[in-house]
Write a protein that binds this ligand. Structure first.
Ligand code: MG
Length: 402
């Protein structure tokens, strides 16, 4: 069998490191063609020694220069590039079959889109592409024949619980409705974050350190704050609408503090299918790399006998207004999801910088959604423009608040 040529966008981050860990167990099936990172020279150097990729892109020019010097000195064959444009180029190379899109934030948008346009198998681990312009991604994949597979644990779980015909239609996007396959509802689960049981009146005094201590998953700071405001679940709702071609009213958010079930799908005969597992990103990564087959992920088995009781609660939308805002953005579509996303990125950063309070994060998002004019069409240019306008509005507003 031919080895799959792999390009990892963001190879020194959590998703990248976990992807390499899975691939290390299946060296016969995969070959690393290209690795990319922002500025972590030391870790990238180690990855070059181990994987000997043909190409490396470091977005930071100084980091690229430092790495290039080491690579030349050691006589490694890797070519080191530094420019954001190169990211869009390496994903299209013929030797690349599969692209793992693991760059956090809006920076991952264009290279991921380039991979989709080039008809690659694209494993989507960053939220922004599907949140900001899910329709564009799905439309482009239809044109190019790209295969889209979700890595976000909930979406990967939903994907696994859908009928195989819907999995195929989702992966290589073709027109379908969930209804014709007997699916009546998607149950998107979330832990509820660290403040699930805390009173809303205490939200104003929550510190960044408290917000970043997630009970079940080890995550970066931005996504930890998103989990604490439950905006992460809101963004995931928007993501799921795009990916599974469905409307937000067909998706219920269910709070499940143990994070053992990663999401569920309900069928019209009364069945509910759930995907369970230890919270370990290597499971969705291995699933997507191997799909439609299965392969070992190196993950610790879930011991059902050691499991405590599983709880399911409705989300408290008064305490977590992020969910209502996200639903509104998903229903309205166009550029509103991008405006919400940009307002939220700025608000979270301002909170982490100590400029605004925890309870002001979602207020700032709401103000941004009201202030920045949205357009009903979702196209690359107007989404990027909406993203810029929303960022500059939110930044100005955050300064006034601080
Ligand atoms: Mg998730």
């Amino acid at each position: 069998m031919k080895q799959q040529g792999i390009c990892i966008l963001g190879s020194t981050g959590t998703i990248g490191v976990n992807t390499l860990d899975v691939i290390r167990r299946h060296l016969k099936s995969f070959r690393i063609i290209a690795l990319t990172a922002n500025r972590q020279v030391e870790r990238m150097h180690q990855q070059c020694q181990e994987w000997q990729p043909e190409y490396v892109v470091m977005s930071d020019p100084e980091a690229a220069a430092a790495l290039r010097e080491i690579i030349i000195k050691e006589g490694l064959a890797t070519e080191v590039f530094s420019s954001v444009d190169k990211l869009n180029e390496v994903v299209q190379y013929d030797s690349v079959d599969t692209v793992m899109a693991g760059i956090v934030g809006a920076a991952g948008l264009l290279p991921t889109l380039a991979a989709v346009k080039a008809g690659k198998r694209v494993l989507i681990a960053n939220k922004e592409p599907l949140v900001m312009m899910g329709q564009v991604f799905v439309e482009e994949a239809k044109k190019s024949g790209a295969v889209l597979l979700p890595i976000d644990s909930e979406h990967n779980a939903i994907f696994q619980c859908l009928p195989f015909a819907v999995q195929q239609a989702t992966a290589a996007p073709i027109e379908h409705t969930l209804k014709e396959h007997g699916v009546c509802r998607i149950l998107l689960t979330g832990s509820g974050g660290p403040f699930l049981k805390q009173d809303r009146s205490s939200f104003s005094s929550i510190t960044p350190a408290q917000a970043c201590a997630h009970p079940n998953w080890v995550m970066g700071r931005k996504i930890s704050v998103d989990s604490a405001t439950m905006m992460n679940k809101g963004l995931e709702l928007i993501e799921a609408c795009a990916l599974f071609s469905t409307s937000p009213e067909k998706i219920d958010i269910v709070v499940h503090p143990q994070s053992v079930i990663h999401s569920m799908v309900e069928y019209n005969d009364g069945s509910i299918l759930a995907q369970l597992g230890n919270p370990d990103m290597r499971t969705p990564i291995a699933h997507a790399l191997a799909w439609p087959k299965r392969m070992d992920a190196g993950v610790e088995r879930l011991d059902l006998l050691k499991m405590s009781a599983l709880e399911f609660l409705p989300p408290d939308v008064v305490k977590f207004p992020s969910l209502t805002l996200a639903r509104q953005a998903a229903e309205t579509g166009g550029t509103l999801p991008a405006i919400l996303n940009a307002g939220n990125e700025v608000a979270v950063q301002s909170f982490l910088d100590g400029d605004i309070r925890f309870d002001q994060i979602i207020e700032l998002v709401e103000e941004t959604m009201q202030a920045v004019e949205y357009e009903p069409q979702q196209e690359l240019d107007n989404v990027l423009a909406a993203d810029r306008h929303a960022r500059s509005f939110a930044e100005r507003r955050a300064q006034n608040l601080s």
